[in-house]
Ligand binder design. Structure first.
Ligand SMILES: Nc1ncnc2c1ncn2[C@@H]1O[C@H](COP(=O)(O)OP(=O)(O)OP(=O)(O)O)[C@@H](O)[C@H]1O
Length: 208
C-alpha cells in the first residue's frame, strides 16, 4: 500500500519538484531546512492549496490528478498544521464532537474519548473556548479532533511544537501505537530532532 505524490511547485523565487512513493504502513518524516517547502507539500496533500497539475493518491484513492481535484473537506485526511484552528464559538468538547459527527471511516473503531482526554492531559479544558486555551492545549485539542474524525492519513506539521517534552513523549507513544494497530499512515514535519528520534517505524525524506 502506497502514498504516491508528484508535485512541481514553482513560485517567483522558489521551486520544488517532489515525486515519490511512500509506504503507507509507516510514519514518514519530511526533513529539511526552513523554507525548503515542507509545509507547502503538506498543504498540497491536504488539498488546502491547489496546483494546476500534480498527482496525489493514498492506496487506490486518487485525490488529485491534474485538474481532477478532491476538495480538502472531502479528503479523509487529518491535517494538523501551524495555522490549524478550532471553531472559536464552540467549546473544546463541542469542537471534538463536531469532528466525530463528520467522521470519515467506519471501518476502524473510534478512539475512546475519555482515554484521549487523559493521555493528552486535557480534561480541565473540555468546556473552555479556544480563546481560553494555551498554544500547547490548542495543539492537543486539534490532534484529538483529528483522531475523532477517523481519517485514513494524518498530516502533522509541527503539530506538537508547543507541548512540553514530558507530555509530548506520552502523546507520541500513544499515537505510534494507535497508528500501528490500525495500520494508518502519517506524514510528519518537525524541527525537533529529539522528537523525531522517538518515532518508530519511520521513513525519512530529506528535502535538503
Ligand atoms: N503562500 C505563499 N506564497 C508565496 N510563497 C510562499 C507561500 N508560502 C510559502 N512560500 C514560500 O515557499 C517556500 C517554501 O515555504 P514552506 O512554508 O513550504 O517551507 P517550510 O520548509 O515549511 O519552512 P519552515 O520550516 O520555516 O516552516 C519559501 O520560500 C516560502 O517563502
Amino acid at each position: 500500500m502506497t502514498i504516491k505524490c508528484d508535485f512541481n511547485i514553482k513560485r517567483a523565487d522558489f521551486s520544488l519538484s517532489f515525486k515519490t512513493e511512500l509506504s503507507s504502513d509507516k510514519i514518514t518524516v519530511i526533513k529539511g531546512k526552513s523554507g525548503c517547502g515542507k509545509t507547502s507539500l503538506l498543504r498540497l496533500m491536504a488539498g488546502l492549496d491547489q496546483l494546476p497539475t500534480g498527482f496525489f493518491s493514498l492506496n487506490n484513492q486518487i485525490f488529485q490528478q491534474d485538474s481532477f481535484f478532491i476538495p480538502t473537506e472531502k479528503r479523509p485526511i487529518g491535517y494538523v498544521g501551524q495555522d490549524s484552528q478550532l471553531f472559536p464559538f464552540m467549546s473544546v468538547v463541542k469542537n471534538i464532537a463536531f469532528a466525530q459527527k463528520r467522521r470519515f471511516c467506519t471501518d476502524y473503531a473510534l478512539p475512546n474519548l475519555d482515554e484521549l482526554f487523559a493521555v493528552f492531559d486535557l480534561e480541565h479544558c473540555k468546556d473552555k473556548l479556544p480563546e481560553q486555551l494555551s498554544s500547547g492545549e490548542t495543539q492537543r485539542a486539534l490532534v484529538i479532533q483529528s483522531l475523532m474524525n477517523t481519517p485514513k492519513l494524518f498530516l502533522f506539521d509541527e503539530a506538537f511544537s508547543a507541548i512540553d517534552e514530558y507530555r509530548k513523549g506520552i502523546i507520541l507513544n500513544y499515537l505510534m501505537d494507535y497508528l500501528a494497530q490500525r495500520k494508518l499512515p502519517a506524514i510528519y514535519i518537525s524541527h525537533d530532532s529529539e522528537e523525531v528520534k522517538k518515532i518508530r517505524s519511520v521513513q525519512i525524506i530529506d528535502l535538503d
